[in-house]
Every structure is written in structure tokens, then in C-alpha cells.
Design a protein around this ligand. Structure first.
Ligand code: DAT
Length: 177
């Protein structure tokens, strides 16, 4: 458990994974089921201008990690947050009580990202990221391994099952032992 975990009335969960693995879908369903606050980092960065401009090659904002962490410090200390982002190594370790890494089979992910309009290097980089389990490795390096949980996200049944087991976990907070 994270060092500060016991002080929080409600836990903080990080939902991470390669783009397209279902972070936003899962996080918003989980927020609805539990009344936790869903924080989509990509949206927050755009909304509050927490970036250093636009990366033409990667076709995304260049996130300013320090500004993001400053922006979220108070709300994370309070607890009860589901943070949704395709990266996990720059958040303070103490923020999270559970780190969920969503995973999707390559062929399924390829179709999802193509539908989203990804092509060329952006598409192949993300597929490679999933093949090499980059986010799972990043999560294990950044957090205690016993709070990192990899969950399959190939179909709607997986989402239902994941949301249900995570809801149970949140409802049983704080842990008794
Ligand atoms: P992310 O936030 O990881 O980028 P998303 O939640 O926006 O992913 O989902 C991308 C698209 O794929 C969206 O159209 C919903 C669909 N999708 C995601 N996870 C799925 C799943 N487990 N089963 C079926 N469709 C899924």
C-alpha cells in the first residue's frame, strides 16, 4: 500500500495503459459506479493549458509534468480520484493506492486505433508500446509491485468485469489488515 494510503478516506486509483486500451471508458464507468472523481489527464492538460505547446511529430500536446502534479496535489491528498493517463512515471508514488494497467490484444487494439484515425508512426508506435508491455513495466518500476494490477480489456465483458471488481475493491476501502 502507498505510504499515505491509510490516511485517505477514499482511495486514489491510477488507470493506465497504451492509448485505446479503454482507460477512459473504464474510468468513467467506475466513477459512475463509485462516485469517485474521474480525472482525464489529457483533458485537464488541454483545459488548463498545462503543456509546452504541440508536438507535430507525435500529434499531441507536450505535457508539462510539473504543472500537472502541482495542479493535482490538493485533490490527490484528499483522496477519491481515478486518474486516467497513458503514462505513469511522473506522478508521486505516494498518490496511489492501486495502479491498474489495461491491456489489449494487438489485433483488437490495431482496429480501435485505426478507427480513431491513428496511422503511420503514431499507430505503429502505440502497437509496439502494447506488444512490449511498456506501461506495465513503467508501472512496476514506478510503484510497489503489490499495488500494480494488469487487467485485460479486449471486449465489453472485460470492461464489465473490471469495473465490477474495482468497485468491490473501492467499497472495501480502507483495507482491514
Ligand atoms: P483510452 O482511454 O485507453 O485511449 P478509450 O476508453 O477512449 O481508450 O477507448 C477507445 C475506444 O475503444 C472507444 O471507442 C471504446 C473502445 N473500447 C475500449 N475498451 C474497450 C473494450 N474493452 N471493449 C470494447 N471496446 C472498447
Amino acid at each position: 500500500m502507498a505510504a499515505d494510503g491509510n490516511k485517505r478516506k477514499r482511495p486514489n486509483i491510477l488507470v493506465t495503459g497504451t492509448p485505446g486500451t479503454g482507460k477512459t471508458t473504464t474510468s468513467s464507468a467506475l466513477a459512475e459506479a463509485t462516485n469517485l472523481r474521474h480525472i482525464n489527464i489529457g483533458d485537464l492538460v488541454k483545459e488548463k493549458n498545462l503543456h509546452d505547446g504541440w508536438d507535430d511529430d507525435l500529434q499531441c500536446h507536450i505535457i508539462n509534468e510539473d504543472l500537472v502534479c502541482d495542479e493535482l496535489e490538493d485533490v490527490m491528498e484528499e483522496g477519491g480520484n481515478i486518474v486516467d493517463y497513458h503514462g505513469c512515471d511522473f506522478f508521486p508514488e505516494r498518490w496511489f493506492d492501486l495502479v491498474v494497467v489495461l491491456q489489449t490484444d494487438n489485433t483488437v487494439l490495431y482496429d480501435r486505433l485505426s478507427k480513431r484515425g491513428y496511422e503511420g508512426a503514431k499507430l505503429s508506435n502505440n502497437i509496439e508500446c502494447e506488444i512490449f508491455q511498456v506501461l506495465l513495466e513503467e508501472a512496476k518500476e514506478s510503484y510497489s509491485e503489490d499495488i500494480v494490477k494488469a487487467l485485460k480489456s479486449n471486449n465489453i465483458d472485460d470492461i464489465t468485469r473490471n469495473v465490477s471488481s474495482l468497485t468491490d475493491w473501492i467499497r472495501s476501502w480502507p483495507p482491514t489488515s
